[in-house]
Ligand binder design. Structure first.
Ligand code: PXL
Length: 267
């Protein structure tokens, strides 16, 4: 019998288009060599131009999925994505505190790339005050920074300020992603652990087909944590994974296509 591979769980919403959400996470887990599991928080109907419908699951049933896998299969690291509403946020906070899910990466998904809301306004405070303190790493992009702490960021100095303020909410590490900075500049992300900043820079790829890029970065980080890497090494390996996935992105439908999660195995 083979050894058990690392096991990673995503607690996230379903994207019917397959580019973001739990589909992106499971594809990324696979391509990073870990066994992927999912607890579905919400089901979205969406195509390449946006989200056309959302059905959230009851928070109690989200928790039931988490307990089912954690109590039998076991979890080495967990990623949290779209949580939809306050009921789901509260249920996830409670279950995360009651079972062992390994290190927790929280990608604070607030809206789709097209601006469709994926988190109710009245759930934001519960997310930052109750879930952030349980996270090993939180990974907001700049529009999410604005929603979470009301800070408008335009440059790397603003990213460092955002990282400081988000760190004060209780996570062990903060990764502020700079993908929404000036398109002329490189893709810079800032990693902060409360004492020092690391800038991760990659050349910016001109693709508009970046649907699911944030999910993929957080999922690749989670996979690396499940394999036993520490946070800086996990983030660095995930940055390299997403850079190749953006490079391997492709058009689908009439809107924005996804990043190529499967760039390593693509024919
Ligand atoms: O990329 C953020 C995201 C997360 N989860 C779901 C999504 C999206 C973006 O569309 O649909 C389910």
């Amino acid at each position: 019998m083979r050894d058990v591979p690392p096991r990673a769980l995503t607690i996230a919403g379903s994207d019917s288009g397959g580019g973001a959400g739990l589909q992106a996470d499971l594809k990324t887990f696979l391509c990073c060599g870990v066994h992927g599991m999912s607890a579905v928080t919400a089901v979205t109907a969406q195509h390449s131009r946006g989200v056309v419908g959302v059905h959230a699951l009851p928070g109690s049933f989200v928790a039931e999925q988490v307990v089912a896998v954690a109590s039998d299969i076991g979890v080495d690291a967990t990623k949290i994505g779209m949580l939809a509403n306050r009921d789901v946020v509260d249920a996830v906070v409670d279950v995360v505190g009651s079972v062992d899910l390994g290190p927790l990466v929280v990608d604070p998904v607030c809206a789709s790339q097209h601006g469709d809301p994926l988190l109710a306004d009245d759930a934001v405070h519960a997310l930052t005050s109750r879930l952030f303190p349980l996270a090993v790493l939180v990974t907001p992009n700049l529009p999410e920074v604005k929603v979470l702490i009301g800070l408008e960021v335009r440059d790397p100095a603003g990213m460092r300020e955002a990282a400081r303020r988000l760190f004060d909410l209780g996570p062990q590490w903060v990764l502020v992603k700079g993908g929404h900075l000036d398109p002329e500049s490189a893709a810079v992300d800032v990693l902060y652990d409360g004492s020092s900043f690391t800038e991760l820079t990659a050349p910016r790829h001109p693709s508009v087909h970046t649907h699911g890029s944030g999910d993929t970065l957080a999922a690749a980080t989670t996979a690396a944590l499940a394999r036993g890497l520490d946070v800086p090494a996990a983030v660095a390996s995930a940055k390299s994974f997403i850079t190749s996935a953006v490079d391997g992105s492709f058009p689908l439908g009439s809107g924005r296509g996804p990043v190529g999660h499967f760039w390593r195995i693509r024919a």
